[in-house]
Ligand binder design. Structure first.
Ligand code: 5GP
Ligand code: ZN
Length: 113
């Protein structure tokens, strides 16, 4: 498996892991686009949001709960943050393992695309 995020989960690539449970892991983005830039992913390799089955959709709620918890821990819950999931080529997804970005720590542009 040459998936970089699966390699992070397997500890084959070092990363700054901030959270993990049986389903989800979170770590700092290697190329942060804001003072706080975290990545929240399922441990199971799901290539993108469009590969998520209806039966698995509770995973997204659990990822949001983890993100909210981490936003508190990072001290950005009050100042604000953005959660983003890029899906597919035109959605700007570069790593083909479903992931949620948590961006915070500066005024983010209201423009999304
Ligand atoms: P995407 O464009 O696919 O939504 O975002 C992928 C994100 O993963 C990018 O922000 C990129 O900086 C991050 N990333 C890619 N490779 C690595 C890595 O090896 N370690 C960490 N911590 N982040 C990575
Ligand atoms: Zn993967």
């Amino acid at each position: 498996m040459d998936c970089v995020f699966c390699q992070i989960i397997a500890r084959e690539i070092p990363s700054d892991i901030l959270y993990q449970d049986e389903e989800i892991i979170a770590f700092r983005d290697i190329n942060p686009q804001a003072p706080t830039h975290l990545i929240i992913i399922p441990k199971r390799h799901i290539p993108s949001l469009s590969h998520l089955s209806e039966a698995e959709s509770s995973l997204i709620g659990n990822m949001v709960n983890v993100a909210n918890q981490l936003a508190k821990r990072e001290g950005v819950a009050e100042s604000g943050y953005r959660l983003a999931i890029n899906c597919g080529e035109q959605g700007g997804q570069l790593v083909s393992h479903l992931h949620m970005h948590l961006l915070a720590g500066r005024q983010l542009s209201p423009q999304l695309g």
